[in-house]
Design a protein around this ligand. Structure first.
Ligand code: 5GP
Ligand code: MN
Length: 339
């Protein structure tokens, strides 16, 4: 992957000129968006910049241990503060998302802002018209790994420390499902090795993310697999749906259903999986695939979404049962082959 020296110079110039910097994460923040934003905040603080990380909504419970997390401003909790942070910034970064609408309730402030805008992201099809400078690399495992590349090519390299490396490692590890997907090249593993040299504790970090669930989460997973999994073997597809009542039964905490869709995809012969969760105003949908089938294209075409080739999300404003009917019709008409 080639990041041009010219774009690094432009980035440094924008940062030099900026007094107030805002790092924005995407809605339903995951570990990659949060990890990359916190790592970058740490670096920018070290060079004396005033930096605020803003999140549209709550951070999943399994990330609550992350250093610096208490400094993040969450729009759902402190909307006015987030809006003024975005509007007062003279430099804004979109971390791990490709268009202002992906920042949910922060979108309007982003659109109203007069700041320079920089994208650091690995999703397909960035909104080129919005950004002044883009680091858009869809082939990268994670935005966190991309940020690590950028930092190492820049004058900020000497500021990388154990905390920064841990934030980056968390984003990289989770976006690849613990080095299983989106990392089929040596570069990602070389980055991981380098992060370990900065002091990342692999087992400890892994345990904090993957062996730190609530009992409710495990019982919810059992319920999903035992009672809610629908499998369509001829169509190579499977999905799970959860009503808001079912989510409430298990506490409906932030990030409760993170990773559940992968269990549907883990079945032999299944190459398309979906998870539908009933939210206040919409049905949230997660899609995963194996092989060449693009859930990014599927989500864009049918459910107002997008993402990556093998991992994407979308939404539906139909009822949950109507959304299931629409999804099942599509499943029957798709010609998914497991290659
Ligand atoms: P998840 O299923 O984990 O929520 O999302 C999977 C991937 O799809 C992530 O990379 C996420 O950023 C992206 N994604 C999720 N929901 C949406 C959506 O509504 N629109 C777009 N464009 N991308 C989404
Ligand atoms: Mn990501």
């Amino acid at each position: 992957m080639i990041i041009s020296p010219n774009s690094i110079a432009q980035l440094e110039e924008l940062i030099n000129q900026a007094h107030k910097i805002c790092l924005v994460t995407h809605s339903n923040p995951d570990a990659d968006t949060v990890g990359s934003a916190l790592a970058f905040q740490n670096i920018l603080n070290q060079i004396g910049k005033e930096v605020i990380v803003v999140n549209p909504n709550n951070i999943p419970d399994f990330l609550h241990w992350m250093p610096q997390l208490d400094q993040i401003l969450i729009h759902d909790i402190e909307g006015k503060k987030v809006q003024s942070a975005v509007l007062q910034a003279d430099l804004i970064f979109a971390m791990d998302f490709n268009a202002p609408h992906r920042a949910g309730n922060i979108e309007q402030s982003m659109l109203n802002s007069k700041a320079k805008k920089v994208l650091i992201d690995h999703h397909l099809f960035p909104d080129e018209s919005y950004f002044d400078l883009m680091f858009s690399f869809p082939q990268k495992s994670s935005t966190s790994e991309l940020l690590f590349d950028i930092l190492r090519l820049s004058n900020y390299k000497s500021h990388i420390n154990k905390v920064v490396a841990t934030h980056i490692f968390v984003g990289l590890m989770t976006d690849t499902g613990s080095f299983a997907y989106s990392c089929n090249d040596a570069e990602t593993f070389e980055s991981a090795a380098e992060l370990i040299r900065y002091g990342v504790q692999v087992k400890e970090t892994h345990d904090l993310i993957y062996n730190n669930y609530s009992v409710e989460r495990l019982r919810m997973l059992g319920y999903c697999i035992g009672e809610k999994l629908k499998v369509f073997p001829e169509s190579h597809a499977a999905y799970i749906s959860l009503t808001s009542e079912e989510l409430m039964q298990y506490g409906d905490s932030e990030g409760l259903t993170e990773g559940v869709v992968n269990y549907a995809l883990s079945i032999k012969g299944i190459c398309f999986a979906a998870l539908l969760t009933e939210k206040k105003d919409k049905i949230k949908m997660s899609f995963r695939s194996k092989g060449d089938y693009s859930v990014n294209a599927f989500a864009r075409e049918h459910f107002e979404g997008g993402g990556h080739l093998n991992a994407a999300g979308g939404k539906s404003y139909l009822s949950l049962s109507e959304t299931e009917i629409k999804l099942e019709k599509l499943i029957h008409s798709l010609s998914i082959v497991c290659d």
